[in-house]
Design a protein around this ligand. Structure first.
Ligand SMILES: Cc1ncc(COP(=O)(O)O)c(C=O)c1O
Length: 359
C-alpha cells in the first residue's frame, strides 16, 4: 500500500554547517524527521517536517512508565553515490516484536519502508562521503496518552530522525562478567529494544568503567553462568575453529541484525556456526587451554568490536592478540563491503535508493 505523506521542507538547511570529516557522535541531526500518530486504532497524520522539538504533555505515559521502543540502523552510499538501506525489513520486524512485548501497536512494514525511503531521499545529502561513515537512522515509538495510571497508552507517536556519524573504530574492549547485575531474564524484555532495558544498564555500565572495564558481559539472571551479550552488541566466540554465539531461544538476548548477517556470512565462507547456550565456565576453560581464537562483539555501530579480556570472579582472562583474529577482521570487511554496495549482494540485503545524486 502507498501512504500519503505530507512534506514540509525546511528553508534553512544546516547541512553546509557540518564538517563531515569530523562529526561528533550522536550530536548532529539532519534537517528532517518523519512523524506519524496512532489514534483511534490506526496510524495516521504521516508527515515529513523540519527536525524540531516534540509537543508532549508532562503527563504523557512514556515519560513515566517508559512505554517506548526504538531501532538503530545505518545508511551508506554505494560507489554510484546512491543511498543504500541495509536489511530494513529486519529492523521493521524487530520493531514490531518490541512493540508486541511492550503492549504497543505494530507499525505496518510497508509504512516503515516508505517513511524511511522518503526521509532518506530528502536528506540524502546528509550521508557522509567519507569512508566507513554513515547516516545513522533512529526510528522510535512513544506512548502519548495523557494519563498517570499504569496501563498501555491508546495513542502513540512514531518518529524517524537521522544523524550523520563518522567511522567508528572500536578499540579492543575489556569486559566485566558479574552476577551483581542482570539485564534480562526469561519472560522479561531482553529481546525487545525497549528504552527501559537501556536505562537499567547505565549504573552497571558506570560501575564497570569505574573499575577499568569497558562494558558488562551480561550473564543469565538465574544461574549467572550463561553468557547473553554485552553493551549494545551480541557476542561471538571462536573456539577450536568453531564459531559460537549465544542462542536467542530464551528471549533474553537482542536479535542483532549484525549477528544474523555474520551467521550467514560465516556459513557462506564455510565456517561451522553454533547458536547455543554457552557458559562463562566453558569460555574460561577454553581460554585456559588455549582453544579460544577470537572473541568479538557484533552490532550496527562498530560492526565488530574485538574483545581483549573478560574479568570474572577476580581473575582477568586475556584473549588472543589482535593479529591472529582473522575471522572477525574478515567479517568486518565483508559486512562493510556489502552494506556500502562495494561487493555483490548475494543475500538480497541491500536496497539502493535511486535518488537524484548531487555532486
Ligand atoms: C542490547 C543490544 N544487543 C545487540 C545489539 C546489536 O544489534 P544490531 O546488530 O541490530 O545493531 C544492539 C544494538 O541494536 C543492542 O542494543
Amino acid at each position: 500500500m502507498k501512504y500519503s505523506i505530507d512534506i514540509n521542507l525546511t528553508d534553512a538547511s544546516k547541512v553546509s554547517e557540518v564538517d563531515f570529516n569530523n562529526i561528533p557522535f550522536g550530536k548532529v541531526f539532519s534537517d528532517h524527521m518523519f512523524m506519524a500518530d496512532y489514534e483511534d486504532g490506526e496510524w495516521k497524520n504521516f508527515e515529513i517536517v523540519p527536525f524540531q522539538p516534540l509537543n508532549l504533555y508532562p503527563s504523557a505515559i512514556v515519560l513515566h512508565y517508559a512505554q517506548t521502543i526504538f531501532e538503530g540502523m545505518k545508511v551508506m552510499k554505494n560507489p554510484a553515490g546512491e543511498p543504500v538501506l541495509f536489511r530494513p525489513e529486519m529492523h521493521s520486524q524487530r520493531l514490531n516484536r518490541s512493540a508486541r512485548r511492550m503492549a504497543m501497536p505494530e507499525l505496518p512494514e510497508d509504512l516503515f519502508l516508505q517513511a524511511l525511503t522518503e526521509l532518506i531521499s530528502i536528506d540524502h545529502n546528509w550521508i557522509p562521503n567519507t569512508p566507513d561513515s554513515a547516516l545513522y537512522v533512529r526510528p522510535f515509538m512513544i506512548a502519548n496518552d495523557q494519563f498517570i495510571g499504569v496501563r498501555p497508552s491508546e495513542t502513540y507517536k512514531f518518529i524517524i530522525f537521522t544523524a550523520p556519524v563518522g567511522a567508528y573504530y572500536s578499540k579492543p574492549v575489556k569486559l566485566w562478567a558479574t552476577d551483581k547485575y542482570v539485564r534480562a531474564i526469561e519472560g522479561g524484555t531482553g529481546f525487545a529494544k525497549a528504552g527501559g532495558n537501556y536505562a537499567a544498564s547505565l549504573l552497571p555500565q558506570r560501575e564497570a568503567q569505574a573499575q577499568g572495564f569497558d562494558q558488562v558481559m551480561w550473564l543469565d539472571g538465574i544461574e549467572h553462568k550463561y553468557i547473553h551479550e554485552c553493551g549494545t552488541m551480541n557476542l561471538f566466540f571462536v573456539i577450536d575453529g568453531v564459531v559460537v554465539t549465544p542462542s536467542l531461544d530464551a528471549g533474553t538476548v537482542l536479535a542483532g541484525i549484525t549477528r544474523n548477517s555474520f551467521i550467514h556470512l560465516l556459513k557462506a565462507r564455510g565456517y561451522e556456526v553454533q547458536e547455543r547456550p554457552i557458559t562463562i565456565d566453558e569460555l574460561v576453560e577454553a581460554t585456559k587451554t588455549g582453544k579460544v581464537q577470537d572473541v568479538f562483539g557484533a552490532g550496527t555501530a562498530a560492526v565488530v568490536a574485538p574483545v581483549e579480556s573478560v574479568h570474572y570472579k577476580g581473575v582477568t582472562y586475556e584473549f588472543p592478540e589482535m593479529e591472529g583474529r582473522k575471522i572477525s577482521k574478515q567479517l568486518k570487511i565483508d559486512l562493510n563491503e556489502v552494506r556500502s554496495g562495494q561487493s555483490e549482494d548475494t543475500f538480497g540485503w541491500t536496497h539502493p535508493l535511486n535518488v537524484l545524486v548531487e555532486g
